[in-house]
Ligand binder design. Structure first.
Ligand SMILES: *C/C=C(C)/C=C/C=C(C)/C=C/C1=C(C)CCCC1(C)C
Length: 234
């Protein structure tokens, strides 16, 4: 059987599998939208639109692979997941730079720390427990959230005012609420044998992928739409 037929092995009732398919299609559609709309915004917003399209485009390709892993093996595609994130999350940070022109190096490093420690925790690599890796990841996450709300980026956006400030406020909501749901998926997925193993009793460990899939769709497409709306407004 070739891959085309394997893709058809999505089982009825495999709701998590559904979200992998939905994810790949939604990311693809969003990518087309952002690149087409790029020609309908003024020059200073074109780079932001390009980055929005890259974020969903990279995710669309990863979702294609993740869907394949899921429907053929039922295994959580942790490696593809984190490779996607390590490419797309720094690009999301770049969106803040394109709005505010505040140097983005610290935020890019923080996002890399957040994701590498998260990967070690999920893959069970290195000397720390998943809880400790997750804690380190959480510290980096809070640093990013603080910076975009009240740190350098937040201050610069407020000073710029107008649609820059508005767009920044909307993006920070995604970071606080939208990104905030990922640790929940992490706790569910790594609960087995940990002190928070009660989480495993509440929901199936597979729910991790449902949370990540829904989170990615909201955050990646939502980020791009905020940028697009601000650009259309100009
Ligand atoms: C498009 C992908 C996005 C926006 C991914 C964001 C991922 C996170 C904000 C992950 C955060 C994590 C923690 C804060 C602690 C536990 C480990 C992670 C990596 C799940």
């Amino acid at each position: 059987m070739n891959n085309l037929f394997l893709a058809a092995t999505l089982q009825s009732g495999d709701y998590i599998g559904f979200t992998f398919f939905l994810g790949s299609m939604a990311m693809l559609a969003a990518t087309v939208f952002f690149f087409v709309e790029r020609s309908n915004v003024s020059a200073e917003w074109k780079m932001s639109m390009t980055v929005s399209g890259l974020i969903t485009g990279i995710a669309a390709v990863h979702y294609y692979y993740m869907r394949e892993v899921w429907v053929t093996s039922g295994i959580s595609p942790t490696e593809f997941r984190y490779i996607d994130w390590i490419l797309t999350v720094p690009l999301m940070v770049v969106e803040f730079y394109l709005l505010t022109k505040v140097n983005f190096q610290k935020l890019v490093w923080a996002s890399i720390v957040m994701l590498v420690t998260g990967y070690f925790g999920e893959a069970g690599i290195g000397p720390l427990s998943p809880a400790l890796w997750g804690f380190l990841s959480g510290v980096a996450y809070f640093y990013i959230a603080y910076d975009v709300v009240a740190g350098e980026v937040g201050t610069a956006a407020a000073a710029a005012g107008g649609k820059i400030a508005n767009a920044n406020t909307l993006l920070t909501r995604f970071v606080i609420i939208g990104w905030g749901i990922y640790p929940l998926g992490y706790l569910i997925g790594t609960a087995d044998g940990q002190w928070y193993s009660f989480m495993a009793g509440l929901v199936d460990a597979d729910m991790r992928d449902l949370i990540y899939n829904v989170g990615d769709a909201i955050n990646k497409i939502g980020f791009g739409l905020v940028v697009w709306a601000a650009a259309k407004d100009s």
